[in-house]
Structure formats: structure tokens, C-alpha cells
Design a protein around this ligand. Structure first.
Ligand code: ARG
Length: 414
């Protein structure tokens, strides 16, 4: 008998990947090895590992990639000010390449010919997985069961119930949820009607702003070279800081995002996110950049941020282009060191204070008090040269033609 091929499946314990174990074995006659990559969204890793074995996996692995995720994926995104379409902090988009990396490594180690993931054929995640595998293990075959089987979400639930596969979703609460410390994404169900306000029960990390305490909470975030290193004066690692900030900002009603998003595959989708820590950190980071970077740097960095966000969203993490942008971004961060004070109040994160040893803000230049050293007479010559092109244009072009027009209209009257 020919040796069965092995496939490594990225396993979350959720509906699609649970169904996929049996489906892969039935349809492709492969030995299924599952891999649960925990980037921070998984609570019961051991339970998930065992569940895969129960559902027919020949081997089941779990890796703790929480710190790697923050250090190598979230941190670069913070330095980049990455927000897709100005709204989405890219939690899922940053996580997929890391999962793909572990998938490829495990396939190589286990001698598997194939990797598999639970993404459907309508989303961005399939692109991120597939393209990352192209980049890291180009010889590997890729199977995406949920993209092939074409079942509706209800159909998948039926399949699971028929095959006695325990699933964490019920038909009356059919949400698809993906979470890691950088954010939580909620899709499906009533959210597919963009006119329908998201029901309160989809939220798990954030209080409704109207139920948040009336008394504002102040926080201080310390940054070094563009990265958050302390919270309220206490130094801590990135993961701890983000976890803590999710709680603090979440209880003040911060972090809810309700967005009509442009997917790479052409679909507009209604996405609801909770990203309390991400919103606060990105806002604070930008505030510190405003204080420590010139306007030329800020303007260009904004373009780079947009490019970077699109690239991450569109699955091109393992590209030379991303490395090139990272080189620029890292260089741009060398003076982004200092502290930001923010007031968290009923859904709002308001920056109320900032300081930096590299601040470009000069009191002596800005003040209207007697310490003022700015020579206002300098402004006159500066403005004369700054406005010179417009003056010449007016004289030689716009004013001339206006005069000619006037002359013509007078002639036609007489
Ligand atoms: N729309 C977001 C993205 O494309 C979130 C996707 C969430 N994925 C999920 N399987 N629920 O990154």
C-alpha cells in the first residue's frame, strides 16, 4: 500500500477547522496533523490539542507564539502606524503570516507534502495564508477545505452535528470570531445587514461607552524608539502592556470599530472589531511622532503607513517590499522616545499631554509671552518669497486673461 501523504492543518478548534479534519481524511486520504498556533487568542490550548486527536488527527501540536507575535508582527505595525482604511488595526492580518510560518516549519519537520487552513474562498485570510506559504515553502501543496466544499455556514454546522463534531457556534448566534491581543474581529449573523446596529452581546472586551464610568481614567504610556515600553510608569514587556491596556481602555468604552471594509477579493464586508489597546497605542504613538518628527518626515511617513497597511492587509508580509519599508520605518523611529498622557473617557481616548527628550516643540519659539525669541520681522521676507510664484502667475497669466476678458465684454456691449 502506498504511503499516505501528510497534511499539516492550521487548527483553531473552531467550526471550519474541526470539520476540516474529517473532511481532509475522507476526501484526500491524507494523514492529518493539526497545529494550533496560539498568538494570544486561545485559552484552552491543551483542550484544543486533544480535541483534534479525538476528531481523527494522527498528531496534534500546539505552539505558544504569543511573544513572537507581539515582537515581530505587532511592534513593526505600531512603528508603521498601520491602520487599514484608517480604521482597522490589522490584528487578523498580522497573525496569519505568523501562523503560515509555523505551518511551513511543521510541514518540513514532519515530512508533510501539504498544508491546509480553514479560510473560505471569500476572504482575505486565504490570500494571507497561501501567499505566505508560497514565500516560505514554495514546494508545498495547499488545501483550503472550506474554500472547496462550498457549504453555507448553516450547512457546515449541519455537517458537524451529523458527524458528532462538537462546535462552539450555535445557529442562533452564528458569529465568526477571530481574536488575538491586538484585536477581536466579529463577522456574520445580523452584522451582515450594514444598517443593523451591532447587538451588545457580540462585544467581549469593551463596555458600551454609555455604560462606562463617568469619571475619566488617566494613563501614561512610555515609548522608546517608537515602541511602548511602560504603562503608568511601570516598565513591562509588550504582551503584558497590551493585555493590561485592553482591560483599562475596554472598561472605558474604547476600542469599538464598525466598518464597511474593502476586501482584497473585491467584496465590501461589514466588520466589527474590538481593539482597545491598539487604538490607544496607535493614537499615542502618532501623538509622539507629531512632537518628535519634522513636518516633512510626518508627511512622508503617512504615505508609508498607508502603503504598509495595504501590504499587510493584502497578504504580502513576507515580501522584500515590506523589509524595505521596515528599514525606512525603523530609521524614522530613532527619536520617537518619550511619554504620552491620555484621558480615557466614555469611548474617547484624548491625548492630553506629551513629553520627549527629543521634542521639536520649542516654548521659546511658540510662546506669545516675553520669553519669545521668534523674530516676527523674518516672516515678511519669508512670505514674500513663498508667495512669489502666485504673484508672478497672477501678473502674467490669471490677471492678464481676466483683464482681456473684461475688455472683450465691454466691446460687445457697445
Ligand atoms: N476582515 C478582517 C481581515 O480581513 C478580519 C477577518 C477575521 N477573520 C475571521 N476568520 N473571522 O483581516
Amino acid at each position: 500500500m502506498a504511503k499516505r501523504e501528510k497534511v499539516v492543518l492550521a487548527y483553531s478548534g473552531g467550526l471550519d477547522t474541526s470539520v476540516a479534519i474529517q473532511w481532509l481524511a475522507d476526501k484526500y486520504h491524507m494523514d492529518v496533523i493539526t497545529l494550533c498556533v496560539n498568538i494570544g487568542g486561545v485559552t484552552d490550548v491543551e483542550g484544543i490539542r486533544k480535541k483534534a486527536l479525538k476528531l481523527g488527527a494522527v498528531k496534534s501540536f500546539a505552539v505558544d507564539a504569543k511573544e513572537e507575535f507581539i515582537k515581530d508582527y505587532v511592534f513593526p505595525a505600531i512603528k508603521a502606524d498601520a491602520l487599514y482604511e484608517g480604521q482597522y488595526p490589522l490584528a487578523t492580518a498580522l497573525g496569519r503570516p505568523l501562523m503560515a510560518k509555523w505551518l511551513v516549519e511543521t510541514a518540513h519537520k514532519e515530512g508533510a507534502t501539504t498544508v491546509a487552513h480553514g479560510s473560505t474562498g471569500k476572504g482575505n485570510d486565504q490570500v494571507r495564508f497561501d501567499v505566505s506559504v508560497f514565500a516560505l515553502g514554495p514546494e508545498l501543496k495547499i488545501v483550503a477545505p472550506a474554500r472547496e466544499w462550498g457549504m453555507t455556514r448553516e450547512g457546515t454546522i449541519d455537517y458537524a452535528q451529523k458527524h458528532k463534531i462538537p462546535v462552539p457556534v450555535k445557529k442562533d448566534k452564528p458569529y465568526s470570531i477571530d481574536e488575538n491581543p491586538w484585536g477581536r474581529a466579529i463577522e456574520c449573523g445580523v452584522l451582515e445587514d450594514p444598517w443593523c446596529e451591532p447587538p451588545e452581546d457580540i462585544y467581549a472586551w469593551t463596555k458600551s461607552p454609555s455604560d462606562a464610568p463617568a469619571k475619566p481614567e488617566y494613563i501614561e504610556l512610555g515609548f522608546e524608539k517608537g515602541l511602548p515600553v511602560s504603562l503608568n510608569g511601570k516598565r513591562m514587556d509588550g504582551l503584558t502592556l497590551i493585555d493590561k491596556l485592553n482591560v483599562i481602555a475596554g472598561r472605558n468604552g474604547i476600542g469599538r470599530i464598525d466598518h464597511i471594509e474593502s476586501r482584497l477579493v473585491g467584496i465590501k464586508s461589514r466588520e466589527v472589531y474590538e481593539a482597545p489597546a491598539a487604538q490607544v497605542i496607535l493614537k499615542a504613538h502618532l501623538a509622539l511622532e507629531y512632537m518628535t518628527m519634522t513636518r516633512h518626515q510626518l508627511r512622508f511617513k503617512e504615505l508609508v503607513a498607508r502603503e504598509y497597511s495595504d501590504l499587510v492587509y493584502n497578504g504580502l508580509w513576507f515580501s522584500a517590499h515590506r523589509e524595505d519599508l521596515d528599514a525606512y520605518i525603523n530609521s524614522s523611529q530613532r527619536f520617537v522616545t518619550g511619554s504620552i498622557r491620555a484621558k480615557l473617557s466614555r469611548g474617547n481616548c484624548i491625548i492630553v499631554g506629551r513629553k520627549s527628550p527629543y521634542s521639536l516643540y520649542s516654548y521659546k519659539l511658540a510662546t506669545y509671552d516675553k520669553e519669545d525669541v521668534f523674530d516676527q520681522s523674518d516672516a515678511v521676507g519669508f512670505i514674500r518669497l513663498w508667495g512669489l510664484p502666485l504673484k508672478i502667475q497672477a501678473q502674467e497669466q490669471t490677471a492678464k486673461t481676466a483683464k482681456a476678458k473684461l475688455a472683450k465684454s465691454k466691446r460687445s456691449i457697445t
